[in-house]
Design a protein around this ligand. Structure first.
Ligand SMILES: [Zn+2]
Length: 146
């Protein structure tokens, strides 16, 4: 199972769940994916992963032992958890869209108010942020095949 951020020609964003990337491609080619807001089938996959910068809080890191002792999630639980996570981020974080890398840098260097943001970043931008030591997270997408 994979989830993609999709965007229609009127810029409505939504998530689509597919059995696999091939499944997405087949449905897209047949025009079977429609926007839940306006119903158009002119829909594209957003090119970038959703990236998140959280406010720095002390002791946020969980000890590895705690992770290991957690029972494995079922597919349904994992999906539910990620949906909640995405929902939480959208409700509580500041959406900076494609300016994510720029804004993350500004916050990290103190040029911008420290806050939790989310947006999109290319692979290259995320690698640059890593090199500069700017903390950020890529929101996990459920890929239950792996
Ligand atoms: Zn739409």
């Amino acid at each position: 199972m994979v989830v993609y951020d999709l965007i229609c020609k009127k810029n409505h964003r939504f998530e689509g769940w597919f059995p696999s990337f091939e499944g997405y491609q087949q449905q897209a080619e047949k025009g079977q994916i429609s926007c839940p807001t306006c119903g158009t089938t002119k829909v594209e996959k957003m090119p970038h992963a959703c990236a998140v910068l959280t406010k720095r809080e002390p002791n946020r890191e969980q000890p590895p032992a705690q992770k290991a002792s957690r029972p494995p999630l079922t597919d349904a639980e994992a999906k539910e958890m990620l949906l909640r996570l995405h929902h939480y981020v959208r409700e509580n974080f500041d959406d900076v869209g494609p300016r994510f890398a720029e804004e993350a840098r500004a916050i990290f260097s103190g040029r911008s108010e420290e806050r939790s943001i989310y947006g999109t970043a290319t692979q290259e931008e995320r690698e640059e942020l890593d090199e500069e030591g700017v903390p950020h997270t890529t929101l996990p997408k459920p890929n239950l095949d792996s």
